[in-house]
Design a protein around this ligand. Structure first.
Ligand SMILES: *[C@@H]1O[C@H](CO)[C@@H](O)[C@H](O)[C@H]1NC(C)=O
Length: 157
């Protein structure tokens, strides 16, 4: 296929799957300028979670503020099995040593880390997840091929 045509098709496809056409379910939420989808049916790797969000016209979660983080916490508590060691992918990935960034905004991840995290524990913890551990719902660095739940977002236009 001709590259230009392919690009046009891609743009058209992205337009069609915009947030407005999202199907509502108990696991869809809105807060301020975003829609969210909490995947609670299966666990997968960071990359596959990223692709699953893309297929819905969404992106993996990027957290813009502590207020948004608190809201996500409420959603999760309400709708997922909220038990010790629950892990959920966000869009965060490593930028350089000890520095993570959100895919969507490119902003650095600067708060809400678990104590002594990120620690690159295994020497290859390059993806960022939410981890409910020791009664704390906070961020952690993890191997990207770990299977866990994930949250997608899309911004309202
Ligand atoms: C993570 O640890 C490995 C092994 O010690 C090291 O080679 C690598 O540079 C570290 N990565 C970062 C981004 O800190």
């Amino acid at each position: 296929m001709n590259v230009k045509l392919l690009l046009i098709l891609l743009v058209a496809f992205c337009g069609c799957s915009s947030s407005a056409s999202l199907k509502r379910s108990p696991y869809h939420y809105e807060y301020k300028n975003k829609f969210y989808y909490l995947e609670t049916l299966y666990k997968t790797t960071w990359f596959k979670a990223f692709m699953a969000c893309s297929k819905m016209g969404m992106e993996l979660l990027s957290i813009d503020s502590d207020e948004e983080f608190d809201k996500i916490h409420e959603f999760v508590k309400d709708k997922m099995e909220y038990k010790n060691d629950l892990e959920i992918w966000t869009s965060g990935v490593i930028k350089e040593k000890d520095q993570f960034g959100w895919i969507n905004s490119g902003n650095p991840v600067f708060s809400r880390w678990h104590p002594n995290q990120p620690n690159n524990y295994s020497g290859h913890q390059f993806c960022l997840n939410i981890w409910y551990f020791n009664k704390q719902f906070l961020l952690n660095d993890m191997e990207c091929d770990t299977n866990m739940y994930f949250i997608c977002e899309s911004r309202k236009v």
